[in-house]
Ligand binder design. Structure first.
Ligand code: GUN
Length: 291
């Protein structure tokens, strides 16, 4: 069994990006600038955005964090997006999801200039992804592809089962694994809350990508020997024995599933750090495209 070490690979990628930024600076070029809009005070969202900003500093990017109140109106948020769209200094930006209930998330995603949409959530970019055109691939799916690639995990002709159809992970992942090329060329089954007999499906999978958000959902008896297991779950579970009062738990019963798996991602330290590295990669791409 091989651990797919997202912490190590994301560090390698950040080092590669930092090298490129160093060369940009030496050539007197503008360095990439990422902005992130965060609405409200959700602890997990604040942590993620803080990590994204810290990662920018680490590779030499400029970063801007825009904090808006939980009660911000749709109009105010759209105004802020317009400002970032029009600011030539900002190469790419994200709006951390989820958003409060008074905000129409679809309208927000549509308002982002597709050339600055480093999350790859705009329908223009999502459509390009589905049609194999050059675009911004959403950071978490992009990170999973990169992990599979760097560990030479064979995906061709394999049966990939994706659990969860979220717009951010499950849905794009199901498209990407079936695309022509590597990683890809998989036969894909997308499962969700209405899927019947999920164990019957997962136990036929060569590759399982779980993005459900239910701690320890995937048990050893649902997995065949030598399966490749990608765990995208990052649920905060209360735990008084830790300093923060919670621990991060994945969708996979790691202790037992890892005994059967050929490759497996840990939580934390698997997909999570890859997401941030690939957001940086998309921001670098946005800068390069604007040159
Ligand atoms: N919320 C959970 N994952 C993501 C992500 O990748 N991007 C944004 N903007 N919000 C998220």
């Amino acid at each position: 069994m091989t651990i797919l070490d997202g912490k190590k690979i994301s560090n390698d990628i950040k080092n590669e990006i930092a090298e490129q930024v160093k060369r940009m600076k030496e050539n007197g070029e503008k360095v990439p600038h990422l902005a992130a809009i965060i609405v409200g005070n959700d602890g997990a969202s604040l942590t993620y955005v803080a990590s994204k900003v810290k990662a920018c500093e680490r590779v030499g990017f400029e970063s801007t964090m825009v904090r808006l109140s939980n009660t911000v109106s749709q109009v105010e948020l759209l105004d802020k997006i317009k400002e970032l769209n029009e600011n030539p200094d900002i190469d790419g930006f994200i709006i951390q999801l989820p958003l409060p209930k008074q905000i129409d998330t679809q309208k927000v995603i549509l308002a982002v200039n597709p050339d600055k949409d480093v999350d790859g959530f705009h329908p223009m970019n999502f459509g390009k992804m589905a049609l194999d055109m050059s675009t911004f691939i959403p950071a978490t799916p992009f990170g999973i592809l990169e992990l599979l690639d760097r560990y030479n995990v064979d995906t061709q002709g394999k049966h990939t089962v994706v659990i969860g159809r979220s717009h951010i992970v499950g849905r794009p992942m199901s498209i990407l694994m079936g695309r022509k090329g590597f990683p890809g060329n998989s036969t894909v089954t997308l499962t969700h809350s209405h899927t019947k007999n999920i164990t019957q499906i997962t136990s036929q999978a060569d590759i399982i990508i779980s993005a459900l958000g239910v701690p320890n959902f995937l048990k050893a008896e649902m997995v065949k020997d030598d399966a490749v297991i990608i765990d995208v779950g990052i649920t905060r579970v209360p735990d008084d024995t830790t300093e923060k009062g919670y621990r991060i738990t994945g969708d996979v019963d790691f202790e037992n599933v890892s005994k059967k798996a050929s490759f497996i991602t840990p939580v934390p330290g698997g997909v999570g750090p890859m997401t941030i590295a690939m957001l940086l990669k998309n921001t670098l791409l946005a800068r390069e495209r604007q040159m």
